[in-house]
Structure formats: structure tokens, C-alpha cells
Write a protein that binds this ligand. Structure first.
Ligand SMILES: CC(C)(COP(=O)(O)OP(=O)(O)OC[C@H]1O[C@@H](n2cnc3c(N)ncnc32)[C@H](O)[C@@H]1OP(=O)(O)O)[C@@H](O)C(=O)NCCC(=O)NCCS
Length: 165
């Protein structure tokens, strides 16, 4: 499987990255590389030479059974109190490249990577933690549903699998 993104390295320019959300900019500039080193998350970038057009992060995570929608819970064996998922922790496109379809491009890249992982390590969904109302709208466009009481959003891996034939 070919991906458009690569793992963030020291060669990529981090200081100049600006997506318009200070929290996501500071994370990318100051913490993303450290988190890779500590194995807390992996940060993937869409490069333009050494410049970065956009990035996202993936980690393994779990959601509590009770947080899932009722119709889904019914289909899951009761022994699973925590369900394995992949967390798409952060996703951002640099301001100069916004509005050109790159947000969608890197989201699809993240979903493809997650699907590949799910073929090796059980992961029943991709979960996101939208940073604000605009982010909720962005993820809703791609079928993510809001999980009650957590602020998180959820896209079943079965849905993502359909995209991959
Ligand atoms: C949200 C973000 C990733 C979108 O990136 P982008 O490259 O501008 O998005 P795209 O051009 O691929 O647009 C894809 C679709 O999402 C919609 N969209 C883009 N930004 C949106 C926003 N802020 N709110 C709602 N919808 C949005 C677009 O209208 C487009 O839909 P359309 O094809 O029906 O018009 C980018 O604006 C960004 O990095 N914002 C700051 C960080 C952020 O909010 N991240 C969200 C995850 S935490």
C-alpha cells in the first residue's frame, strides 16, 4: 500500500508550520517528535521538500464499552469492556494549503494506514478528539459519529474497510 505521507523526521521544518490553531501548531513544533521517540504516537507529514503541508498523529487507544452507541454494543461480546481502537489524535493542514482538498487527502491517508494496522492488530474503529466545532463539522462530513458524553467521534473500521474494497 502506498501512502502520501511519511513519518516526521528532524529534516522536516516544524517551526514555520501554522494551521491557525495554536494548540495544534505548538504540538507540532514542540512535542510531536518527542512523542514519536517515547512511542506515544506517530506523526505523519505530507511533505513539500522539507516543508510540511499537513500532519496527523496515530496512537493505539481504547474506548469504554458504555460510551458506544446502543446498536453497536449489542453486537459485541460482553467480555470486551474496553474496545480497541486507533486514535487519530491530531490532524492539521498548513494555512497556505487549506481549501485545496489536502485535509481530505490526509484524512484518507490516515484511514488507510489505520485499516492496514487493523489487519494486523485488532482495532474496531478510528476515534478522533475534535478540537472545536469546525473540526466536528469536518469529521461529520466523512461519516464520523459523536460518542455520547466523551466529546470523541467514531468511525467503525467496518465502514473504512468498505472504502478499501
Ligand atoms: C480542518 C482542516 C484540516 C481542513 O483542511 P483543508 O485542507 O482546508 O480541507 P479540505 O480542502 O480538504 O476540505 C475538505 C472538506 O472539508 C470542509 N472543511 C474544511 N475546513 C472545514 C472546517 N473548518 N469546518 C467545516 N468543514 C470544513 C471543506 O468545505 C471540504 O468540504 P467540501 O468538499 O464539501 O467543500 C484545516 O482547516 C485545519 O487544519 N484547520 C485547523 C486545525 C483543525 O481544525 N483541525 C481539525 C482536526 S483536530
Amino acid at each position: 500500500m502506498n501512502f502520501l505521507t511519511v513519518t516526521l523526521t528532524g529534516l522536516h521544518e516544524r517551526e514555520s508550520f501554522c494551521c491557525g490553531n495554536a494548540q495544534l501548531d505548538i504540538y507540532f513544533q514542540k512535542q510531536a517528535k518527542q512523542d514519536i521517540k517515547r512511542k506515544l504516537s506517530v506523526c505523519f507529514v505530507l511533505p513539500d521538500g522539507n516543508k510540511v503541508k499537513g500532519y496527523y498523529t496515530l496512537s493505539s487507544a481504547s474506548v469504554i464499552r458504555a460510551q458506544l452507541p446502543e446498536d453497536l454494543i449489542k453486537k459485541l461480546p460482553p467480555s470486551y469492556t474496553d474496545l480497541p481502537v486507533i486514535l487519530l489524535g491530531r490532524l492539521a493542514v498548513s494555512q497556505e494549503y487549506q481549501g485545496q482538498g489536502l485535509g481530505e487527502t490526509i484524512l484518507m491517508d490516515a484511514l488507510s494506514r489505520s485499516y492496514q494496522v487493523s489487519l494486523q492488530i485488532g482495532s474496531m474503529a478510528v476515534v478522533v478528539d475534535p478540537i472545536d466545532q469546525a473540526a466536528i463539522k469536518f469529521y461529520e462530513k466523512y461519516g464520523f459519529i459523536q460518542l455520547p458524553d466523551s466529546g470523541k467521534m467514531f468511525l467503525p473500521m467496518a465502514t473504512i474497510a468498505q472504502l478499501h474494497g
